[in-house]
Every structure is written in C-alpha cells, then in structure tokens.
Design a protein around this ligand. Structure first.
Ligand SMILES: O=C(O)CCC(=O)C(=O)O
Length: 275
C-alpha cells in the first residue's frame, strides 16, 4: 500500500470500539457521552469526502441565511443519505457504531431509524434546545451518534447537553424553534440541570445522546463549515405509537411506510446494524 492508495471500497468499520464500563455508566446517568477516536483519521477522511459530496449534491436549502427561520439557520440538514449512496450506506450500517449503541443503551438488536448530515455553515445560527424524540413515533430507547468529519471547536457549534434530562421523558409537543429554546432554557434553569458543553472534538470522535436528552449547539462563529454526520438508532422490538402531532405523522409515513400504530417498527428502509 502506497501513500496514494485509494481504496475501491470505503472501510467497513467493523472493528470493535471498546466502550468502557465508566462510559456506559456516564451515558445512562447523563443521557450522553463523549467518545474519543471512534474512527481513525484515515477512515474519517475517506468517509468525509463521500458524505460531503452526497449531502451537498442533495441539499434543498437555497435561501441565504438571513432569510431563514431559527431552525433553518442552524444547519443544512440532508436526511437519509444512505439511500443515495452505497458508500455512505457502509457508514450508516457500521457494526462498530451499532455495537456502541447496543452497549450504551443495553438494548439490541439495533436498527437504523434514519441518518442525517448536519452541516452548520459559517455564520450559521445556534441550534435551539430541544428533545429529538418529540419527532419520532416510537416507544423505545433511541439514540443518536453525532460524528464530526472535521475538527470542531465550541466556536463552530459543538453540542451542549442537560445532564440527566433524558429521565424526564416526553416534555411536550415542542418542535425546534425559538419557543423550544425559550421553554427548555427556562426548564433547565428551574430544575437546576447541569449543562455539559462538549469541548473541541477531532474528526472521528463522537458524542452519543439519548432520544429524550435536552440538547442544543452554539452557532458557527468561524469561516469553516461544521461538517457532521449523524445516525439515529432504535432497538428492534420498538413499537409504533399513535402520532399525537403532524411531525410524528410525517415521520411515521417517511420512515415506516405502510406501518400502523401498535406494530413492531421495521421496514426495508430500517437496516439491521448490530448484531
Ligand atoms: O448538530 C446540531 O447542531 C444539533 C444536532 C442535534 O440536535 C441532534 O443530532 O440531535
């Protein structure tokens, strides 16, 4: 192998990443954990190119930042790019990530709910406080892996988490917005939750957070794009719930086509990941 060797296929990401008992405990107590060096620099560099190409080719946002609402300013969001690229699919179904999720949550087998590239543009706004699982029509312990594809600093918008807030469960139908920022900021203050601001991360480090953990991210105050890839997972015995608002109706139609409340969630577009 020479230095210029370009693999025909991207790495399979099947080598195990060892999650320590302390990290499992941290995840369960706080609803989030920071994991260093989940990918090697070589792996992340190969996937960065593929993810970026696919994401930017399919981005639908065309408005300048100043014409968007708060959610729109937070990032370019390109969803389920594994369906668009066989190469990116390998990242999304990586056994390494699936096993991490199984170990942290204690639930398995693990399936993919969906992926999303979240690229925070230079000058992009903050990501308001919110709960992800508001959007998801599942009763399940769900989790997201958040992987920067470039080195990221707090100035670029690393994540902040309210430690232990996942234990609150569903805090109400509040989508990502100025209202969620205001409501949850006040809630965190009143309840006295400690906020963990993730420090600088290298490309290939990762955070994992639970579906109910309150979280946010700062704006991108640098000249560089914050390139991040995320995958959302669920345990395979999860059941679909009756959607209580439009966002969940939309998610149900998109991610579990033809399925109904009460059924075990799973279609051809929810790949099995681990074991
Ligand atoms: O990347 C961000 O700014 C926010 C990400 C997020 O909310 C998530 O992955 O659940």
């Amino acid at each position: 192998v020479t230095r210029d060797f370009v693999p025909l296929h991207p790495p399979t990401l099947d080598a195990t990443y060892i999650v320590t008992p302390e990290q499992i405990q941290q995840y369960r107590e706080n609803g989030h954990v920071l994991l260093r060096d989940v990918m090697t620099p070589e792996e992340v560099e190969i996937y960065r190119g593929m993810i970026k190409d696919t994401a930017l080719k399919h981005v639908q946002e065309t408005r300048p930042l100043e014409e968007r609402d708060t959610y729109g300013k937070a990032f370019l969001q390109i969803t389920n790019i594994w369906e668009l690229s066989q190469e990116v699919r390998r990242f999304v179904v990586a056994p390494r990530f699936g096993r991490i999720i199984a170990e942290l949550t204690g639930r398995f087998p693990i399936r993919v709910y969906h992926d999303q590239a979240l690229f925070k543009e230079p000058g992009g706004g903050p990501t308001p406080w919110h709960q992800d699982q508001y959007y998801w029509p599942l009763e399940a312990e769900m989790a997201t892996i958040w992987v920067p594809l470039v080195d990221v600093s707090p100035e670029m918008g690393t994540m902040s988490f309210a430690d232990g807030s996942h234990r609150e469960g569903y805090l109400g139908p509040i989508p990502i917005s100025d209202e969620s920022e205001e409501t949850f900021r006040r809630f965190i203050e009143e309840k006295g939750y400690n906020i963990t601001q993730t420090p600088a991360m290298k490309a290939g480090d990762a955070t994992v957070h639970a579906g109910w953990t309150l979280h946010s991210a700062g704006g991108n105050n640098t000249d560089a794009m914050r390139e991040v890839m995320t995958v959302i997972y669920y345990p395979s015995d999860a059941k679909i719930i009756e959607p209580d608002h439009e966002d969940r109706v939309r998610d149900l139609e998109r991610w579990f086509p033809d399925q109904k409340p009460g059924e075990v969630a799973g279609t051809l577009i929810n790949p099995w990941v681990w074991p």
